[in-house]
Write a protein that binds this ligand. Sequence first.
Ligand code: GLU
Length: 428
Amino acid sequence: MQRNIFEDAISRLDTAFADANVEAEVLEQLKHPEQILEVAVPVRMDNGALRVFTGFRVRHDDSLGPTKGGIRFHPNVTREEVMALALWMTLKCALVGIPYGGAKGGIKVNPKDLSKLELERLSRSYIQRVADAIGPQTDIPAPDVYTNAMIMGWMMDEYSSIVRRRTPGVITGKPIPLGGSLGRDDATGRGAYYCIKELEKKYNWQPSNIKVAVQGFGNAGQHVAGLLHQDGYKIVAISDSQGGIFHESGFDVPSIVKMKNETRRVQAVYCDGSVCEAVDSEVISNEQLLELPVDILIPAALEDQINASNAERIKAPYIVEVANGPIVSNADSILHKKNTFIIPDILANAGGVIVSYFEWVQNNIGLYWTESEVHQKLKQIITAAFHKVLDIADERKLDMRAAANVHALNNLQTAIKARGTQEYFNMG
Ligand code: GLU
């Protein structure tokens, strides 16, 4: 039988545990999410019919602070997936040193099938069902796959009416006028970009010689591609859930972002103002994109894209995991043998939750920062985490994923130990 995604995530943690030198009960605690909520989410559809969707909210571990993590709307959402994503949030926050535990939420739905009004009712209905589990000091949701700032705004509104008090700190990734933070929108892509800039320095890269393929063109994929393109990197392949495009000499990323946002499709175009023309390109599939002979591969879509069946064919020497969990554990040893350098998800995509943390802090103190302050603080935190992981990897001869997990486990251990573990209680 195929292992489920949560078990797969735990098996990686078992491997890290062997390297981490932390007490067994740290691992024991992390294997069991604190709270798993499954809710029925009723929605009155535009045609008058009632539909009931299934929603989840998993609070994984709050040793380091209130739990934090996005809400995704996707037809393939499952309980195990949300559990794995919540565990990764715990590790992510611990790794970059922000005072949060991990959580995640999801609704099993294809949001593309819903009207805007149905989407609003769905978002509000979900909050009515999970309101007792969330709160600015307990659990703070945010956007994830197929959710956005407007949805966060509706959710904040709904929560505020339930508790009869305006509560911007209950959710992050909100629209700016509703208490959002400047710089939250591109934060996930920007965090990955700052990590890549450190690699650029380390290896003395000339951006115009570096070919990049980006799988997934949602919020994170668009921004990381845009920032790299601005610096002269060649973005030679881009895809979305429908398929992809490839051109050896690279695309004009802002034109493709513009078309994607107007037509919901990735198309090979060059736009001068509002006039867009088709440019040369080859149509490729998502699977083909992953196997292109590029320098940097950026999976920025969903989990389980690279596994034992295609890992051997991956040619990129650098992979930056902007999606959560794009590489399954059975691909690890194959990529390791090929010497692929991987910036793991809990580091590469931590920019989102880091700026969510800034948003929450700003909501709590009622004082708002400029965009450049946000960029600078984000750069500082993620660059420091990147170097910490690199140092651990070098010192202990680990790959970057193992090193990131080791560092996260060590940070979690400090908080778990501070409350006493077996060692403390046995001392009598
Ligand atoms: N959904 C994002 C993630 O996976 C952001 C979470 C947040 O901002 O809380 O990291």
